[in-house]
Design a protein around this ligand. Structure first.
Ligand code: GDD
Ligand code: MN
Length: 391
Protein backbone atom coordinates (compact mmCIF):
# COMPACT_ATOMS: atom_id res chain seq x y z
CA UNK A 1 0.00 0.00 0.00
CA UNK A 2 1.51 3.35 -0.83
CA UNK A 3 0.45 6.95 -0.35
CA UNK A 4 1.29 10.07 -2.22
CA UNK A 5 2.40 7.96 -5.21
CA UNK A 6 5.50 6.63 -3.43
CA UNK A 7 6.13 2.93 -3.69
CA UNK A 8 7.46 1.12 -0.70
CA UNK A 9 8.61 -2.42 -1.36
CA UNK A 10 10.56 -4.54 1.13
CA UNK A 11 14.24 -3.98 0.66
CA UNK A 12 17.21 -5.63 2.34
CA UNK A 13 20.27 -3.76 1.25
CA UNK A 14 19.33 -0.13 0.75
CA UNK A 15 21.27 2.24 -1.45
CA UNK A 16 21.00 6.01 -1.57
CA UNK A 17 20.83 7.67 -5.01
CA UNK A 18 22.26 11.02 -6.21
CA UNK A 19 20.00 13.99 -5.58
CA UNK A 20 18.50 15.81 -8.52
CA UNK A 21 16.71 18.77 -7.18
CA UNK A 22 17.16 22.20 -5.57
CA UNK A 23 16.02 20.83 -2.23
CA UNK A 24 18.64 21.47 0.43
CA UNK A 25 17.29 19.35 3.29
CA UNK A 26 15.17 16.20 3.37
CA UNK A 27 14.17 15.49 6.96
CA UNK A 28 12.78 12.03 7.64
CA UNK A 29 10.28 11.56 10.47
CA UNK A 30 9.87 7.87 11.29
CA UNK A 31 6.53 7.26 13.00
CA UNK A 32 4.83 4.46 14.78
CA UNK A 33 1.70 5.32 16.81
CA UNK A 34 2.46 9.05 16.99
CA UNK A 35 -1.07 10.36 16.33
CA UNK A 36 -0.85 12.55 19.44
CA UNK A 37 2.44 14.18 18.42
CA UNK A 38 2.72 14.38 14.65
CA UNK A 39 0.63 17.54 14.04
CA UNK A 40 2.42 19.57 16.68
CA UNK A 41 5.85 18.43 15.44
CA UNK A 42 5.05 19.27 11.80
CA UNK A 43 3.77 22.65 12.91
CA UNK A 44 7.01 23.44 14.77
CA UNK A 45 9.26 22.07 12.02
CA UNK A 46 7.60 24.01 9.19
CA UNK A 47 7.61 27.25 11.19
CA UNK A 48 11.31 26.81 11.93
CA UNK A 49 12.44 25.65 8.46
CA UNK A 50 10.31 28.21 6.62
CA UNK A 51 12.45 30.68 8.48
CA UNK A 52 15.88 29.31 7.67
CA UNK A 53 15.34 27.70 4.26
CA UNK A 54 11.95 28.62 2.76
CA UNK A 55 10.89 26.31 -0.12
CA UNK A 56 14.22 24.47 0.07
CA UNK A 57 13.33 21.60 2.37
CA UNK A 58 10.99 18.62 2.48
CA UNK A 59 9.61 16.59 5.35
CA UNK A 60 9.02 12.88 4.78
CA UNK A 61 6.94 10.95 7.28
CA UNK A 62 7.62 7.21 7.02
CA UNK A 63 4.92 5.40 8.95
CA UNK A 64 4.69 1.67 9.52
CA UNK A 65 0.96 1.32 9.22
CA UNK A 66 0.30 2.73 12.70
CA UNK A 67 -2.91 1.36 14.18
CA UNK A 68 -3.65 4.89 15.47
CA UNK A 69 -3.67 6.15 11.85
CA UNK A 70 -0.69 8.48 12.24
CA UNK A 71 -0.21 8.19 8.47
CA UNK A 72 -3.77 9.40 7.85
CA UNK A 73 -3.30 12.45 10.09
CA UNK A 74 -0.02 13.27 8.35
CA UNK A 75 -1.55 12.76 4.93
CA UNK A 76 -4.37 15.18 5.77
CA UNK A 77 -1.71 17.73 6.71
CA UNK A 78 -0.11 17.59 3.24
CA UNK A 79 -2.87 20.02 2.23
CA UNK A 80 -1.41 22.59 4.67
CA UNK A 81 2.23 21.66 4.06
CA UNK A 82 3.05 21.03 0.37
CA UNK A 83 6.65 20.26 1.48
CA UNK A 84 5.33 17.22 3.36
CA UNK A 85 5.42 13.69 1.90
CA UNK A 86 3.96 10.63 3.62
CA UNK A 87 4.97 7.00 3.08
CA UNK A 88 2.89 4.28 4.70
CA UNK A 89 4.78 0.98 4.81
CA UNK A 90 2.66 -2.12 5.17
CA UNK A 91 5.19 -4.86 4.40
CA UNK A 92 8.16 -3.62 6.44
CA UNK A 93 8.64 -2.40 9.97
CA UNK A 94 11.50 -0.87 11.91
CA UNK A 95 12.87 2.51 12.74
CA UNK A 96 16.18 2.44 10.88
CA UNK A 97 14.87 0.89 7.67
CA UNK A 98 12.06 3.47 7.74
CA UNK A 99 14.66 6.22 7.82
CA UNK A 100 16.63 4.78 4.92
CA UNK A 101 13.45 4.19 2.96
CA UNK A 102 12.71 7.88 3.41
CA UNK A 103 16.22 8.82 2.34
CA UNK A 104 15.78 6.71 -0.79
CA UNK A 105 12.90 8.85 -1.99
CA UNK A 106 14.37 12.08 -0.59
CA UNK A 107 15.57 14.75 -3.02
CA UNK A 108 17.71 16.88 -0.72
CA UNK A 109 21.45 17.35 -0.72
CA UNK A 110 21.38 16.91 3.07
CA UNK A 111 19.50 14.00 4.61
CA UNK A 112 18.28 14.10 8.19
CA UNK A 113 16.23 12.26 10.78
CA UNK A 114 14.24 13.43 13.80
CA UNK A 115 11.88 11.58 16.09
CA UNK A 116 8.17 12.34 15.81
CA UNK A 117 7.49 12.53 19.53
CA UNK A 118 9.03 15.95 20.29
CA UNK A 119 11.78 14.36 22.39
CA UNK A 120 14.23 15.78 19.86
CA UNK A 121 13.76 19.56 20.12
CA UNK A 122 13.10 20.96 16.59
CA UNK A 123 15.09 24.12 17.39
CA UNK A 124 18.29 22.05 17.62
CA UNK A 125 18.00 21.80 13.81
CA UNK A 126 19.28 25.37 13.59
CA UNK A 127 22.58 24.38 15.23
CA UNK A 128 22.78 21.16 13.24
CA UNK A 129 22.30 23.11 10.03
CA UNK A 130 24.99 25.59 11.10
CA UNK A 131 27.45 22.67 11.42
CA UNK A 132 26.56 21.50 7.90
CA UNK A 133 27.02 25.03 6.56
CA UNK A 134 30.45 25.11 8.21
CA UNK A 135 31.28 22.07 6.05
CA UNK A 136 30.56 19.10 8.28
CA UNK A 137 29.68 15.85 6.50
CA UNK A 138 27.65 14.74 9.50
CA UNK A 139 26.03 16.88 12.23
CA UNK A 140 24.86 14.92 15.28
CA UNK A 141 22.59 16.12 18.10
CA UNK A 142 24.34 14.78 21.16
CA UNK A 143 23.21 14.37 24.75
CA UNK A 144 26.82 14.06 25.87
CA UNK A 145 28.42 17.36 24.85
CA UNK A 146 28.11 20.85 26.32
CA UNK A 147 24.42 21.83 26.41
CA UNK A 148 23.38 18.20 26.13
CA UNK A 149 21.53 15.96 28.56
CA UNK A 150 18.43 13.95 29.18
CA UNK A 151 15.30 14.94 31.10
CA UNK A 152 14.60 12.84 34.13
CA UNK A 153 15.61 9.46 32.78
CA UNK A 154 15.57 6.61 35.28
CA UNK A 155 18.95 5.34 36.47
CA UNK A 156 18.21 2.10 34.63
CA UNK A 157 17.62 3.87 31.30
CA UNK A 158 20.79 5.93 31.74
CA UNK A 159 22.71 2.76 32.61
CA UNK A 160 21.29 0.90 29.59
CA UNK A 161 22.11 3.76 27.23
CA UNK A 162 25.68 4.15 28.51
CA UNK A 163 26.05 0.35 28.66
CA UNK A 164 25.02 0.04 25.03
CA UNK A 165 27.55 2.69 24.12
CA UNK A 166 30.34 0.95 26.05
CA UNK A 167 29.53 -2.37 24.37
CA UNK A 168 29.70 -0.61 21.02
CA UNK A 169 33.10 0.84 21.89
CA UNK A 170 34.38 -2.66 22.64
CA UNK A 171 33.05 -4.25 19.43
CA UNK A 172 33.41 -1.32 17.02
CA UNK A 173 35.77 1.19 18.65
CA UNK A 174 36.66 3.00 15.43
CA UNK A 175 32.98 3.48 14.56
CA UNK A 176 31.24 4.07 17.88
CA UNK A 177 34.18 6.14 19.08
CA UNK A 178 33.71 8.68 16.28
CA UNK A 179 30.97 10.58 18.16
CA UNK A 180 30.02 11.25 21.77
CA UNK A 181 26.42 10.02 21.31
CA UNK A 182 26.36 7.14 18.78
CA UNK A 183 22.91 6.20 20.08
CA UNK A 184 21.51 9.47 18.79
CA UNK A 185 18.59 9.25 16.42
CA UNK A 186 18.79 12.95 15.54
CA UNK A 187 21.32 14.03 12.89
CA UNK A 188 21.96 15.45 9.41
CA UNK A 189 24.30 13.85 6.86
CA UNK A 190 25.49 14.85 3.39
CA UNK A 191 23.89 12.60 0.80
CA UNK A 192 27.15 12.24 -1.12
CA UNK A 193 28.66 10.47 1.94
CA UNK A 194 26.13 7.67 1.51
CA UNK A 195 26.04 7.32 -2.28
CA UNK A 196 27.14 3.83 -3.31
CA UNK A 197 27.12 2.55 0.26
CA UNK A 198 24.97 -0.49 0.98
CA UNK A 199 23.17 0.24 4.22
CA UNK A 200 21.59 -2.71 5.99
CA UNK A 201 20.78 -1.61 9.55
CA UNK A 202 18.94 -3.46 12.27
CA UNK A 203 16.68 -1.99 14.95
CA UNK A 204 16.96 1.59 16.13
CA UNK A 205 20.54 2.71 15.68
CA UNK A 206 20.68 4.16 12.19
CA UNK A 207 23.60 6.41 13.12
CA UNK A 208 26.05 3.56 13.65
CA UNK A 209 25.22 2.25 10.17
CA UNK A 210 25.99 5.70 8.73
CA UNK A 211 29.21 5.95 10.77
CA UNK A 212 30.27 2.41 9.80
CA UNK A 213 29.53 2.42 6.09
CA UNK A 214 29.35 6.06 5.09
CA UNK A 215 32.28 8.00 3.61
CA UNK A 216 32.22 10.44 6.54
CA UNK A 217 34.95 13.05 6.97
CA UNK A 218 34.32 15.95 9.34
CA UNK A 219 31.70 15.37 12.06
CA UNK A 220 30.05 18.26 13.96
CA UNK A 221 28.19 17.71 17.24
CA UNK A 222 25.67 19.98 18.96
CA UNK A 223 24.29 19.55 22.48
CA UNK A 224 20.59 18.97 23.03
CA UNK A 225 18.45 17.88 25.96
CA UNK A 226 16.42 14.76 25.24
CA UNK A 227 12.90 15.81 26.27
CA UNK A 228 10.13 14.01 28.09
CA UNK A 229 7.62 12.37 25.77
CA UNK A 230 4.36 14.39 25.49
CA UNK A 231 2.01 11.73 24.14
CA UNK A 232 2.18 7.98 23.53
CA UNK A 233 5.02 5.80 24.73
CA UNK A 234 8.47 4.65 23.70
CA UNK A 235 8.53 1.61 21.44
CA UNK A 236 11.89 0.52 22.78
CA UNK A 237 11.64 -3.08 24.01
CA UNK A 238 14.27 -5.71 24.67
CA UNK A 239 14.04 -6.56 20.96
CA UNK A 240 15.78 -3.27 20.18
CA UNK A 241 18.61 -4.12 22.58
CA UNK A 242 19.05 -7.55 20.96
CA UNK A 243 18.89 -5.97 17.49
CA UNK A 244 21.53 -3.47 18.59
CA UNK A 245 23.96 -6.24 19.57
CA UNK A 246 23.21 -8.15 16.34
CA UNK A 247 23.77 -4.92 14.41
CA UNK A 248 27.15 -4.31 16.08
CA UNK A 249 28.33 -7.87 15.34
CA UNK A 250 27.08 -7.78 11.75
CA UNK A 251 28.75 -4.43 11.13
CA UNK A 252 31.94 -5.66 12.75
CA UNK A 253 32.08 -8.79 10.59
CA UNK A 254 31.28 -6.93 7.42
CA UNK A 255 33.88 -4.22 8.10
CA UNK A 256 36.38 -7.01 8.64
CA UNK A 257 35.16 -8.47 5.32
CA UNK A 258 34.71 -11.63 7.41
CA UNK A 259 32.48 -13.54 4.98
CA UNK A 260 34.81 -12.69 2.15
CA UNK A 261 37.79 -13.93 4.20
CA UNK A 262 36.02 -17.22 4.89
CA UNK A 263 35.38 -17.68 1.15
CA UNK A 264 39.00 -16.74 0.41
CA UNK A 265 40.05 -19.41 2.92
CA UNK A 266 37.82 -22.04 1.28
CA UNK A 267 39.26 -21.19 -2.13
CA UNK A 268 42.70 -21.33 -0.53
CA UNK A 269 41.94 -24.85 0.68
CA UNK A 270 41.08 -25.92 -2.85
CA UNK A 271 44.40 -24.40 -3.85
CA UNK A 272 46.14 -26.41 -1.12
CA UNK A 273 44.58 -29.54 -2.57
CA UNK A 274 45.84 -28.64 -6.07
CA UNK A 275 49.25 -27.66 -4.64
CA UNK A 276 49.67 -30.84 -2.59
CA UNK A 277 48.42 -33.13 -5.38
CA UNK A 278 50.77 -31.65 -7.98
CA UNK A 279 53.64 -31.54 -5.44
CA UNK A 280 53.06 -35.28 -4.79
CA UNK A 281 52.78 -36.17 -8.50
CA UNK A 282 55.96 -34.27 -9.38
CA UNK A 283 58.27 -34.64 -6.38
CA UNK A 284 57.34 -37.78 -4.44
CA UNK A 285 59.94 -40.58 -4.70
CA UNK A 286 57.12 -42.95 -5.77
CA UNK A 287 56.11 -40.72 -8.72
CA UNK A 288 58.32 -38.46 -10.89
CA UNK A 289 60.76 -37.61 -8.04
CA UNK A 290 61.57 -34.18 -9.55
CA UNK A 291 63.55 -31.69 -7.37
CA UNK A 292 61.41 -30.24 -4.47
CA UNK A 293 61.69 -26.51 -5.28
CA UNK A 294 61.01 -26.93 -9.01
CA UNK A 295 57.99 -29.15 -8.23
CA UNK A 296 56.79 -26.65 -5.63
CA UNK A 297 56.91 -23.72 -8.08
CA UNK A 298 54.87 -25.61 -10.72
CA UNK A 299 52.43 -26.86 -8.06
CA UNK A 300 52.06 -23.36 -6.61
CA UNK A 301 51.47 -21.71 -10.00
CA UNK A 302 48.72 -24.17 -10.86
CA UNK A 303 47.21 -23.53 -7.42
CA UNK A 304 47.38 -19.77 -8.05
CA UNK A 305 45.46 -20.14 -11.33
CA UNK A 306 42.89 -22.33 -9.57
CA UNK A 307 42.52 -19.77 -6.77
CA UNK A 308 42.24 -16.81 -9.14
CA UNK A 309 39.40 -18.47 -11.00
CA UNK A 310 37.36 -19.18 -7.83
CA UNK A 311 38.17 -15.86 -6.13
CA UNK A 312 37.19 -13.90 -9.19
CA UNK A 313 33.92 -15.78 -9.68
CA UNK A 314 32.98 -16.18 -6.00
CA UNK A 315 34.95 -14.41 -3.25
CA UNK A 316 35.27 -11.05 -4.95
CA UNK A 317 32.41 -11.52 -7.44
CA UNK A 318 30.63 -8.31 -6.38
CA UNK A 319 33.74 -6.25 -7.11
CA UNK A 320 34.84 -8.22 -10.22
CA UNK A 321 31.40 -7.68 -11.77
CA UNK A 322 32.06 -3.93 -11.71
CA UNK A 323 35.26 -4.48 -13.72
CA UNK A 324 33.99 -7.02 -16.34
CA UNK A 325 36.22 -6.41 -19.37
CA UNK A 326 38.81 -9.04 -20.40
CA UNK A 327 41.56 -6.45 -20.00
CA UNK A 328 40.46 -5.71 -16.42
CA UNK A 329 40.26 -9.45 -15.70
CA UNK A 330 43.76 -9.99 -17.13
CA UNK A 331 45.00 -7.06 -14.99
CA UNK A 332 43.48 -8.71 -11.91
CA UNK A 333 45.09 -12.05 -12.83
CA UNK A 334 48.51 -10.42 -13.22
CA UNK A 335 48.16 -8.53 -9.91
CA UNK A 336 46.87 -11.68 -8.21
CA UNK A 337 49.82 -13.62 -9.57
CA UNK A 338 52.32 -10.99 -8.42
CA UNK A 339 50.80 -10.90 -4.94
CA UNK A 340 50.67 -14.69 -4.78
CA UNK A 341 54.22 -15.04 -6.17
CA UNK A 342 55.31 -12.75 -3.35
CA UNK A 343 53.38 -15.09 -1.13
CA UNK A 344 55.01 -18.06 -2.89
CA UNK A 345 58.50 -16.76 -2.09
CA UNK A 346 57.45 -16.37 1.56
CA UNK A 347 55.84 -19.81 1.34
CA UNK A 348 59.02 -21.49 -0.03
CA UNK A 349 61.19 -19.69 2.55
CA UNK A 350 58.86 -20.70 5.39
CA UNK A 351 58.57 -24.26 4.02
CA UNK A 352 62.36 -24.65 3.98
CA UNK A 353 62.61 -22.86 7.35
CA UNK A 354 60.07 -25.19 9.04
CA UNK A 355 61.39 -28.29 7.15
CA UNK A 356 65.15 -27.75 7.50
CA UNK A 357 65.45 -25.70 10.71
CA UNK A 358 62.56 -27.16 12.72
CA UNK A 359 62.71 -30.61 10.97
CA UNK A 360 58.94 -30.62 10.64
CA UNK A 361 57.27 -33.17 8.35
CA UNK A 362 57.31 -31.69 4.83
CA UNK A 363 53.51 -31.60 4.54
CA UNK A 364 52.98 -30.03 7.98
CA UNK A 365 55.69 -27.48 7.18
CA UNK A 366 53.94 -26.74 3.88
CA UNK A 367 50.55 -26.39 5.59
CA UNK A 368 51.86 -23.91 8.19
CA UNK A 369 53.62 -21.90 5.50
CA UNK A 370 50.40 -21.78 3.45
CA UNK A 371 48.36 -20.61 6.49
CA UNK A 372 50.67 -17.63 7.05
CA UNK A 373 50.67 -16.77 3.36
CA UNK A 374 46.84 -16.96 3.12
CA UNK A 375 46.47 -13.95 5.44
CA UNK A 376 49.14 -12.07 3.45
CA UNK A 377 47.41 -12.96 0.15
CA UNK A 378 43.90 -12.01 1.35
CA UNK A 379 44.86 -8.64 2.69
CA UNK A 380 47.06 -7.66 -0.24
CA UNK A 381 44.63 -8.92 -2.92
CA UNK A 382 41.76 -7.04 -1.26
CA UNK A 383 43.84 -3.85 -1.34
CA UNK A 384 45.36 -4.38 -4.81
CA UNK A 385 43.78 -6.93 -7.17
CA UNK A 386 40.11 -6.50 -6.28
CA UNK A 387 40.34 -2.97 -4.92
CA UNK A 388 36.78 -2.16 -3.91
CA UNK A 389 35.43 0.96 -5.56
CA UNK A 390 32.62 1.35 -3.07
CA UNK A 391 32.40 1.27 0.68
N1 GDD B 1 8.42 3.90 10.96
C1 GDD B 1 8.72 3.48 12.20
N2 GDD B 1 8.75 2.13 12.44
N3 GDD B 1 8.98 4.39 13.19
C2 GDD B 1 9.28 3.91 14.43
C3 GDD B 1 9.32 2.54 14.74
C4 GDD B 1 9.04 1.61 13.67
O1 GDD B 1 9.08 0.41 13.84
N4 GDD B 1 9.64 2.41 16.07
C5 GDD B 1 9.77 3.65 16.55
N5 GDD B 1 9.55 4.55 15.58
C6 GDD B 1 9.62 6.01 15.68
C7 GDD B 1 8.77 6.57 16.78
O2 GDD B 1 7.49 6.87 16.30
C8 GDD B 1 9.55 7.83 17.13
O3 GDD B 1 9.26 8.85 16.19
C9 GDD B 1 10.99 7.43 16.91
O4 GDD B 1 10.95 6.32 16.00
C10 GDD B 1 11.69 7.01 18.19
O5 GDD B 1 10.92 5.98 18.78
P1 GDD B 1 10.81 5.89 20.38
O6 GDD B 1 10.15 4.63 20.71
O7 GDD B 1 10.23 7.16 20.92
O8 GDD B 1 12.37 5.80 20.78
P2 GDD B 1 13.07 6.43 22.10
O9 GDD B 1 12.52 7.77 22.39
O10 GDD B 1 13.03 5.43 23.18
O11 GDD B 1 14.61 6.61 21.57
C11 GDD B 1 14.83 7.54 20.55
O12 GDD B 1 15.77 8.50 20.93
C12 GDD B 1 17.07 7.97 21.26
C13 GDD B 1 18.01 9.12 21.56
O13 GDD B 1 18.11 9.93 20.40
C14 GDD B 1 15.30 6.77 19.33
O14 GDD B 1 15.49 7.67 18.25
C15 GDD B 1 16.64 6.13 19.62
O15 GDD B 1 17.17 5.58 18.41
C16 GDD B 1 17.62 7.18 20.10
O16 GDD B 1 18.81 6.57 20.51
MN1 MN C 1 10.94 8.83 21.92
Amino acid sequence: MTLDGLTSTPTDNLSIYPHHDSILLSLIIPTYKESGNISSLLNKLTALLDDIMPHKYELIVVDDDSPDFTWKIALALTADYPQLKVIRRTEEKGLSTAVIRGWQVARGEILGVIDADLQHPPETLINLWAEIEKGADLAVASRHVEGGGVSDWSVIRRFLSRGAQTLGLIILPNVIGKVSDPMSGYFLVRRRCLIGCTLSPLGYKILIEVLGRGKIGWIGEVGYVFQERQEGESKVTKTQYIDYIRHLIRLRLSLWQFTRFIRFGIVGFSGVFVDMTVLYLLSDPSTLALPLTRSKIIAAELAILNNFFWNDTWTFKDIAQKQPSKRQKLKRLIKFNIVCLGGLIINVLLLNFFFNIFSLNRYLANFLAIAVVTIWNFWLNLKLSWRSTDI
